[in-house]
Design a protein. Structure first.
Length: 140
């Protein structure tokens, strides 16, 4: 889970996100939430239970407030990397046949952080953003 921890003054930002593609829909690897235009969905227990069967690598512990991966700043936000070079590094540990990268335009409340707690393949200093509204996205 990204270490999103500071509000920014940005009104919009472009991110790059590793996702799981299934039946033409895109899902966040870490949260199991479907990526859709509009207000970013909140992770819920129902989403986790449903999508953890589809994607056994969904980080169920990210939902647990007692877990080190939990980040209250991520509630109702979609996050990703500032740079397109990082998401593909995550594919080695995931199902590469269904893994893809989305270029996402975010708006609303924009927060910034780093890649602490993401994966060993990504430097902790990698810039990450999160936003409350998904304006657009496309597979790259």
């Amino acid at each position: 889970m990204c270490n999103i921890n500071k509000k920014s003054k940005l009104k919009a930002v472009t991110i790059y996100k590793a996702v799981y593609k299934h039946n033409g829909k895109y899902y966040s690897y870490f949260a199991g939430v479907e990526i859709k235009i509009g207000k970013a969905q909140k992770q819920t227990q129902k989403i986790l239970e449903t999508n953890s069967r589809l994607m056994p690598f969904v980080w169920l512990q990210s939902y647990d407030i007692q877990n080190d991966l939990y980040n209250k700043n991520m509630i109702g936000k979609c996050s990703g990397f500032k740079s397109a070079k990082y998401p593909k590094r995550l594919f080695s540990e995931w199902d590469g046949s269904r893994a893809c990268i989305l270029k996402i335009e975010l708006e609303g409340e924009i927060m910034i952080g780093d890649a602490t707690k993401v994966a060993d393949e990504i430097p902790n200093s990698a810039v990450t953003y999160a936003g409350t509204i998904i304006k657009s996205f496309k597979e790259i």
